[in-house]
Write a protein that binds this ligand. Structure first.
Ligand code: HEC
Ligand code: HEC
Ligand code: HEC
Ligand code: HEC
Ligand code: HEC
Length: 500
């Protein structure tokens, strides 16, 4: 590996910006490889308090306001007024007495947006004790085990979600349409709002409400159950003809289901923007023929039903739905590797040059989005990757960082102002320099994938009082429970000595 890396460095260096003098200055001697960008064996979490020069804050001045400006997927601008801790509690009784106000149907407000309403209620499934994930687990034990560790299974209990849901400016009922999407998971269904105001939903009691299913987040039924002519059927990829429940085999539709939630770019109001573009990113990439499941649900051969009987092994798929490798609880960390986590960032030091006269260290870093099929990072606009170069012996001046992510402006109107994420297949060169008092002996090249900044986590802790009682105490100590980031690359490189 060492050999091929230095060959690569020199071959590449011939084309880079330092090319005038490069062949003589490349002194690449790869050092110990702590964790490669791929399949790191020992994931580690860092805390951004250790950043002395966290670029994130410099890029996001609005964070200085006492508000959570970047609210997960939904950017709730206008939340500058929400300094107080007023609690907004949805009231199922709010509906009937709307004599003077006009009720507007949600469907007319969001034409062709399937997520504006929850899925319809499902009836019983013939051959199964019920339609909850627990019910499916009686015959699909492995699928259940895997799914129960996934972010999907935690889409309601997610502490960050609960925190954002509690903001006075959050239209909770709308948020829940993707986080607990099946009708049966909903105590009330919202089909209309008063005066077209998203914060004045008209709640209808749901007779089919199942509280245990509510807890299951993006549950099996979300992707697998359909109402066909008043009968509940299972949408499956195979069509084995051996299931006790009715099956409609349609692998393509099942695979496309992801896009209903992961490909929604919509301005709900001037201050509320839904921005998931992962499906479009994939469509524009060279890997456009791939399905989301081809990477996020690794394939394997196994029996797909854990029931007695002569069932052969079939083409199956892991159900952990691993993404950026940062789970919703520390205890779920071990399942990231099991579920097939790999980083999409391919990072390397291509070359460096020490100029003794001015005490300048110049370096060239190569950053590539490899085999990811979509932007890196994708999804939630708050996410970013921070690439850092640290020279040793270290000092204030001996650190440089590069942020890969988006920037949004929330006032007066939500708007993306910059986006330097790595496109699928993109290779980018970062060239920079440091001015040091003494020649460096060693460089550390590091990358951290950040899901939630320290500052936003702190804000959430401080506003825990308004959150649902069930999650409140954990949210008040969010940082102890919620992994915010992950070191995805950490490499020490010994520099040729002496440098001067
Ligand atoms: C009583 C046992 C039982 C229960 C409960 C059950 N299944 Fe199945 N399921 C099976 C068997 C058996 C098969 C066929 C296995 C085979 O052919 O190898 C199957 C097949 C499937 C398939 C593949 C269908 C295909 O042919 O493409 C899916 C998807 C599936 N089940 C989902 C579910 C879901 C979701 C639930 C819960 C709502 C559920 N099952 C509940 C026994 C069950
Ligand atoms: C009904 C909406 C919905 C559908 C359909 C859906 N997802 Fe998700 N997905 C979510 C939500 C909501 C989250 C995040 C939950 C949270 O973080 O609180 C999520 C998170 C994820 C993540 C991130 C996991 C992580 O580690 O953070 C991946 C990867 C993912 N989904 C893949 C898929 C794939 C693949 C499909 C299709 C097979 C799919 N999703 C279908 C709603 C959906
Ligand atoms: C976010 C969507 C989603 C959720 C949630 C989900 N599945 Fe699946 N499932 C899929 C997709 C997509 C496939 C087919 C993948 C392919 O063929 O590329 C699949 C395949 C299957 C199969 C067929 C065999 C296999 O492994 O490919 C079974 C059985 C199954 N799922 C059961 C379950 C059960 C049980 C649950 C809940 C514990 C569940 N699924 C939750 C999307 C989902
Ligand atoms: C060719 C493989 C591939 C395909 C196809 C693919 N992904 Fe990914 N995806 C990845 C990899 C690799 C990562 C991890 C990137 C990282 O964090 O370094 C990832 C990460 C993610 C994440 C987490 C983002 C984050 O920053 O934490 C989500 C969500 C996601 N993918 C959704 C999808 C959806 C939805 C689709 C289909 C539209 C899809 N992916 C298709 C490879 C793929
Ligand atoms: C169109 C479907 C949809 C709606 C509506 C929706 N979400 Fe989500 N949400 C998602 C998906 C998909 C993800 C996972 C995205 C990813 O991992 O890239 C997610 C993830 C999240 C996360 C986790 C972010 C992270 O980085 O882990 C939070 C918090 C969240 N949503 C809050 C909300 C709030 C608050 C609302 C209502 C204002 C809302 N969502 C409405 C689909 C939706």
């Amino acid at each position: 590996m060492n050999g091929s890396r230095s060959v690569h460095a020199i071959v590449y260096a011939g084309k880079n910006l330092l090319s005038q003098t490069l062949s003589s200055i490349i002194q690449f001697r790869p050092g110990k490889y702590f964790a490669s960008g791929y399949w790191p064996s020992a994931p580690r979490f860092g805390w951004s308090s250790s950043y002395r020069s966290c670029a994130a804050f410099a890029y996001r001045p609005y964070l200085a306001a006492p508000v959570l400006a970047l609210a997960g997927i939904f950017a709730l601008a206008g939340c500058g007024k929400e300094g107080s801790d007023q609690v907004k509690i949805p009231q199922a009784t709010e509906m009937e007495n709307g004599a003077e106000s006009t009720e507007v149907s949600v469907q007319s407000m969001f034409p062709d947006q399937s997520w504006a309403l929850p899925m319809e209620n499902m009836g019983p499934l013939q051959g199964s004790p019920g339609i909850t994930a627990k019910d499916c687990s009686t015959c699909h034990a492995s699928h259940y085990e895997e799914w129960s560790r996934s972010t999907h299974a935690h889409a309601l209990s997610d502490l960050q979600f609960q925190s954002e849901l509690s903001k006075p400016t959050s239209p909770e009922w709308l948020c829940l349409n993707c986080h607990i999407p099946v009708g049966n998971q909903r105590e009330t269904i919202v089909r209309k709002v008063k005066d077209g105001d998203l914060l004045q939903p008209v709640h209808e009691k749901n007779p089919r409400f199942d509280p245990s299913m509510m807890e299951e987040g993006v549950t099996c039924a979300t992707c697998h159950l359909r109402n066909v002519d008043g009968r509940t059927v299972v949408l499956g990829p195979l069509g084995t003809g051996r299931a006790p429940h009715p099956v409609v085999a349609d692998r393509k539709s099942l695979q496309k289901r992801c896009l209903d939630c992961h490909n929604v770019t919509y301005k709900v109001s001037s201050s509320l923007v839904c921005f998931f573009d992962t499906g479009n990113e994939l469509a524009k990439s060279e890997l456009s023929d791939r399905s989301c499941s081809s990477c996020h649900m690794p394939e394997l051969e196994r029996k797909i039903a854990s029931v007695a009987g002569d069932f052969p092994e079939r083409r199956s798929h892991l159900h952990y739905f691993i993404g950026g490798g940062i789970p919703k609880e520390f205890s779920l960390l071990p399942y990231q590797e099991k579920g097939g986590y790999r980083s999409g960032l391919d990072l390397s030091l291509v070359g460096y040059e020490w100029i003794p006269a001015s005490g300048t260290l110049r370096f060239t870093i190569r950053m590539a989005n490899k085999d990811t099929a979509h932007h890196l990072p994708t999804g939630d606009p708050e996410r970013f990757i921070l690439v850092k170069v640290i020279a040793y012996p270290t000092s204030e001046k001996a650190e440089k960082s590069y942020r890969i992510g988006q920037h949004w402006e929330w006032e007066p109107e939500a708007r993306q102002i910059a986006d330097n994420r790595l496109r699928s297949g993109e290779i980018r060169i970062w060239q920079d320099e440091m001015h040091l008092d003494e020649p460096p002996q060693r460089l550390r090249l590091e990358a951290v994938h950040v899901r939630l900044t320290e500052k936003n986590a702190e804000y959430m802790e401080n506003t825990a009082a308004r959150t649902n009682e069930k999650y409140r105490s954990r949210i008040s100590r969010l940082r102890q429970h919620y992994p915010r980031q992950r070191i995805i690359h950490s490499e020490d490189i010994l520099l040729g000595s002496p440098l001067d």
